[in-house]
Design a protein around this ligand. Structure first.
Ligand SMILES: CC(C)(COP(=O)(O)OP(=O)(O)OC[C@H]1O[C@@H](n2cnc3c(N)ncnc32)[C@H](O)[C@@H]1OP(=O)(O)O)[C@@H](O)C(=O)NCCC(=O)NCCS
Length: 211
């Protein structure tokens, strides 16, 4: 069976489904390990089973719709060990990418995302509505840019980093792998891997991480 199979019955999945429908792409359904507790349909498509069931759909294009970067990375790894072969990429028709910046497989770019010039987005990146990625930025695999994030020129976002809504990052800054930047932060200096930084100007938050 061909078509897109979504991993994760999430809000992100319900945001992506109308885009897929608008593009006339077939959606087979959703796999989620909580399937026994979920309704039979989510966002108008059937909940078919758990992540381990990907092997039952060898011709499907898979799409990990899981918001938190680290969890998305785990879901993709588990799906690949269960036989996942091909990943869908979803780019809303309103996305501006006039310089044809590369976007890795499995990535999701929602309405109004702008990529200006010479930026590179890795695999399984999620860019939510209104994200701006300017010249020479490198966005690592599994990074998440929540709605309204703005990256200045040549910013580097590490693998599976998570930037909360409306965070802004000064040109040239490096956000470490698995780091979290809180909503509304203004990031002026590099953020170390795995740490959570918040505020204006952004500073390390000592408490836990729960994006
Ligand atoms: C930064 C973040 C991950 C911290 O989450 P958390 O670990 O659960 O933190 P808490 O809510 O327990 O707050 C801990 C402290 O940090 C402060 N804080 C939390 N988020 C903050 C932010 N974005 N900016 C400034 N301070 C923040 C809280 O006021 C609190 O301060 P206090 O200890 O002085 O009371 C989270 O608040 C955040 O910004 N997530 C991004 C959400 C998002 O954009 N989601 C998009 C998907 S729809």
């Amino acid at each position: 069976m061909t078509g897109v199979l979504i991993l994760g019955a999430s809000g992100l999945a319900r945001e992506v489904l109308p885009v897929l429908r608008e593009q006339g792409r077939d959606v087979l359904g959703i796999l989620d390990d909580r399937h026994a507790e979920l309704p039979r349909t989510v966002g108008g498509v059937p909940v078919l089973g758990g992540i381990a069931d990907v092997g039952l759909y060898p011709d499907a294009e898979l799409l990990a719709c899981v918001g938190p970067s680290g969890v998305r990375s785990d879901v993709v790894a588990r799906a690949e060990s269960a036989g996942a072969r091909q990943w869908a990429t979803v780019v809303d028709p309103s996305v501006r990418n006039p310089g044809d910046c590369p976007v890795g497989q499995g990535s999701i770019l929602l309405a109004g995302v702008t990529l200006t010039a010479d930026a590179v987005l890795g695999e399984h990146v999620v860019a939510m509505p209104g994200v701006t990625v300017t010249h020479d930025c490198l966005v690592g695999d599994f990074a998440t840019l929540a709605a309204g994030v703005s990256l200045g020129g040549a910013v580097r976002v590490g693998r599976a980093a998570y930037l909360g809504m409306n965070a802004s990052v000064r040109p040239g800054v490096v956000i470490g792998a698995h780091a979290t930047v809180g909503m509304g932060a203004a990031v002026l200096t590099d953020v170390p891997s795995t740490k959570t930084w918040v505020g204006v100007p952004a500073r390390q938050l000592k408490a836990g991480v729960r994006p």
